[in-house]
Design a binder for this molecule. Structure first.
Ligand code: HEM
Length: 158
């Protein structure tokens, strides 16, 4: 029961995180490209601010539920006298998942702050540069997320 609840939290968090990145990258950003920089950057700053709040919670929930599930399985195996060996797909997921969380923290606490300072000072060139960097790192995270999903759901490493 606890395991199923952890997995539900894990997958729901990932849906919010990956789904939000796909929406922002493929649908929102191209549509806003036609707006004036001042309007576009203010709007993106506000939208991303709300989204990143949710991703902060989702990314920590993903990490915590993932580590917790591994801990539960390891404990059960050891208690029943076996030796725990992590499946390769889980190792790939954990390593790439931690990388995704680290990249998100860089986006949220370095690049997004830079965007905020540029918007506050009406420095649209600096704002556009910060937003371009956010876009690059979001696409890296989206790519990593899709790789994890393929490895996990298609059992590519089994
Ligand atoms: C942050 C580190 C992460 C750790 C430690 C971790 C660990 C785990 C564990 C232990 C499971 C349970 C597997 C099972 O019961 O078969 C799981 C399930 C899953 N994880 Fe992760 N995970 C992490 C991040 C991610 C990320 C970033 C994604 C997607 C982008 C992801 C996608 C999934 C999916 C889709 C499942 C369900 C798999 C299934 O039921 O077949 N995980 N994760």
């Amino acid at each position: 029961m606890i395991y199923a609840a952890l997995k539900t939290v894990h997958v729901l968090s990932i849906i919010v995180w990956i789904g939000g990145m796909a929406f922002a990258h493929f649908f929102l950003r191209p549509t806003l490209a036609q707006l004036e920089p001042a309007v576009r950057l203010r709007l993106m700053h506000d939208v991303l601010g709300r989204f990143f709040q949710a991703v902060l919670v989702a990314s920590l929930a993903t990490l915590a539920s993932g580590v917790w599930m591994i801990g539960r399985v390891a404990k059960q195996v050891v208690q029943s006298g076996g030796k725990f060996e992590m499946p390769l797909a889980w190792t790939v997921m954990a390593v790439l998942g931690v990388a995704m969380v680290a990249i998100f923290m860089h986006i949220r606490f370095a690049l997004y702050k830079r965007l905020g300072r540029a918007v506050a000072g009406s420095d649209w060139a600096a704002g556009a540069a910060a937003l371009a960097q956010i876009r690059t790192w979001v696409s890296v995270n989206l790519g990593l997320g899709v790789v994890i999903l393929l490895v996990t759901l298609l059992r590519w490493t089994a």
